[in-house]
Design a protein. Structure first.
Length: 273
């Protein structure tokens, strides 16, 4: 990206931030990005206002099933939060800067914390579909970076203090929460068995097609970042069975109550950190 294109991307994020202020997003303390099949959490918000992406100038819109394409502002445990129901992906043809435009805008309006969620394929044989995994680190195999020239970032964008809160809340609520490394691939095809084996040998515990760019850009935008994967299926080659997006959606729906209970209990505490 040349200097002119970089300045254009920065300006587009600033324009989106202005549009978000116009709908009250600057009142939120914390933001959540909900992945495939996980958008139902927004229904738990009180005094909620839902705004379709199409009504927010500059907000990229996904065409992937399971992504509602709305921002929802509401209260949870007495705290004002912003929920992004659905994201755009690198594999849809969006650039790294377009994929991360929304999270950058969240930081620009003053939101201090960001929780990213995704549906992921499990690399480990001993983690059944439905396992929830807090991301402790990631491996970016998407071949791009969302950072602008001269923009620094931490070597690990996932905040350990927020991670400790998630672990503590999960334990107190009796909700199993694993920890592991997420491997972000470009997509749109599912990983091959050889690629899954490579991810395992690199130290990965789950594979997917999102999150790594958003986490990096969110931290660079000044937010504390944490993330949770819902392991919706065994990755290719683990069981020999064919993969499908329908399985991702079905497992997401089956684990939704447990996943939403964890978020509902954790988010007010995350806001206090």
């Amino acid at each position: 990206m040349n200097n002119k294109e970089m300045k254009s991307a920065q300006r587009q994020a600033e324009d989106l931030a202005e549009a978000l202020r116009a709908v009250g997003a600057d009142q939120a303390e914390f933001a959540l990005v909900l992945g495939s099949g996980l958008g139902g959490f927004a229904d738990r918000l009180e005094d909620a206002v839902a705004i379709p992406y199409a009504q927010i100038p500059g907000m990229p819109q996904s065409a992937v099933p399971g992504h509602a394409g709305r921002l929802v502002l509401g209260n949870l445990g007495g705290r004002r939060v912003l929920v992004q129901q659905g994201r755009v992906h690198f594999y849809e043809g969006w650039s790294a800067y377009e994929v991360t435009r929304a999270v950058r805008a969240f930081g620009m309006v003053g939101i201090r914390g960001l929780l990213l969620t995704n549906a992921a394929g499990g690399v480990r044989h001993d983690w059944d579909p439905g396992t929830l995994m807090r991301i402790t680190d990631h491996i970016n195999l998407q071949g791009v970076s969302p950072l602008f020239a001269g923009e620094g970032g931490l070597e690990n964008p996932y905040d350990p203090q927020l991670g400790a809160i998630l672990d503590s809340v999960a334990a107190s609520e009796g909700l199993p929460l694993r920890t592991g490394v997420y491997v972000g691939n470009p997509g749109p095809a599912y990983e091959t068995p050889a690629e899954v084996e490579m991810a395992r040998r690199l130290g990965g515990d789950a594979v997917g097609m999102s999150t790594v760019l958003e986490a990096t850009a969110g931290q660079a935008a000044g937010m504390s970042v944490c993330a949770i994967s819902c392991i919706t299926n065994f990755a290719a080659g683990i069981t020999g069975e064919a993969l499908s997006h329908e399985e991702v959606m079905e497992t997401g729906a089956a684990v939704a109550a447990r996943f939403e209970a964890l978020l509902a209990a954790a988010v007010p505490k995350l806001c206090d950190s």
